[in-house]
Design a binder for this molecule. Sequence first.
Ligand code: 4AD
Length: 461
Amino acid sequence: IVLKQDESLPEPVKIKIGRKDIELGEGDKKGTRVKVMGRIHRLRAQKQATFITLVDGHGQLQCVLIAGDLTKTYDALTFAQGTSLALYGKMRKVPAGQKAPDDRELHVDYYEVLGASPSDEDAITSRVSAQQNQWDAQMLDNRHLVLRGENASSLMKIRAATEGAFQQVYKDLQLTKVSPPALVQTQVEGGATLFSAPYYDEMAYLTQSSQLYLETVIPSLGDVYCIEKSFRAEKSLTRRHLSEYTHVEAELDFIDFSDLLVHLEEVICRVIDIVLDDPTIAVYIKELNPTFQKPSRPFMRMKYTDAIDWLNAQDPPILNEEGNPHVFGDDIAEAAERKMTDIINLPIFLTHFPVEIKAFYMKKDPADLRVTESVDCLMPGVGEIVGGSMRMEGYEELLEAYKKQGIDAKDYYWYTDQRKYGTSPHGGYGLGLERFLAWIANQHTVRTTCLYPRFMGRCKP
Ligand code: 4AD
């Protein structure tokens, strides 16, 4: 059967699926005839009619092809998930008792296939399966097709909204956005996780954090932030480590440690308010994380030494990585940190980590020189989503810190100069966008919160 358009029908109005102001037919009333383009998301061929859920990334439209010539063409018989189509027909209200997006359906009178999609063993439905976890290797190989699914695509929309919300909040709080380089020749968070890249006849690294660059511009720009990629050659496969992640970083001038904590709470809560204020995004979050609740301020504050006591006081005690009770100076590893966060089940500001386990640039606590004015923000289900601190102010002290870490001060002259030309009490933080999303959208792993995750062993597609 070759389909022909009935020339006596009214000229269609070309619309996008999301357009709502279309007159709907009901009973004898005729609806507006439209032309709408999209792809088949779901297909149900029944005796009376074929039902198509058409999608275009913005909306869904139920389309009805009454059984007959319309459903007997070769094209119609080979419709599959992914087929892209131009559909023509009248918009009608859905019959009472039935459900469809926006309570309407398109009664198709003509269509053109714009791009066919396989319906055999190569069909999208055979390559990706709703039964599999999105972080399974086969699903990650087919990430480009997985992203067509509702779950993955709503997560990407939450992500876009969240990134936008951070920008909005920083604008409201008068931080200036800057864009530091990704190719650098200095480390920030230790040599072990540096990716190196040949750079003409020199060596360069992919940046681990833009912090040092942010610090250099606070004298001229005041409080600043950036949302850039950071890179870590993490040699372990965990639920929350990526090789490439989106790092939301801010640096604030003329503050003290408690200002830093208050600012962080404010940013996190405001971002959540903005995201949940968007009705579409709120629905997506509700679907993925039905029990999500905005945290209340102030967040719980817990010093590192109290956390050590807390871990040891559990029954049975939560042990360190060597299987022993925690002692001062131990890193609180991912497993222990996660257990603690899940038991407490509230956002926690874990503060005042020992100097030895933290980065070279952190300011020591004047009240206890064994520890730093540092903070990790821990969230239930994920653990650490933010790392921040006050920065060392003194010139000589910084040179001393380089030496202790075996860092060549010569490469850091531009960073050290910040202390030479009018140093100031300042501090900042980095927030992993993927971890933030794993928290609000209740994801098992950060791998499903980025478009195409990168981690050890995976750099495709
Ligand atoms: O604690 P980190 O290493 O701190 C810094 O890089 C500071 N220089 C940031 C600053 O003060 N401007 O990393 C900060 C956050 C972590 O809390 C975590 O959310 C995220 O970055 N992060 C990662 N996310 C995914 N994969 C990884 N491999 C990550 N490493 C850190």
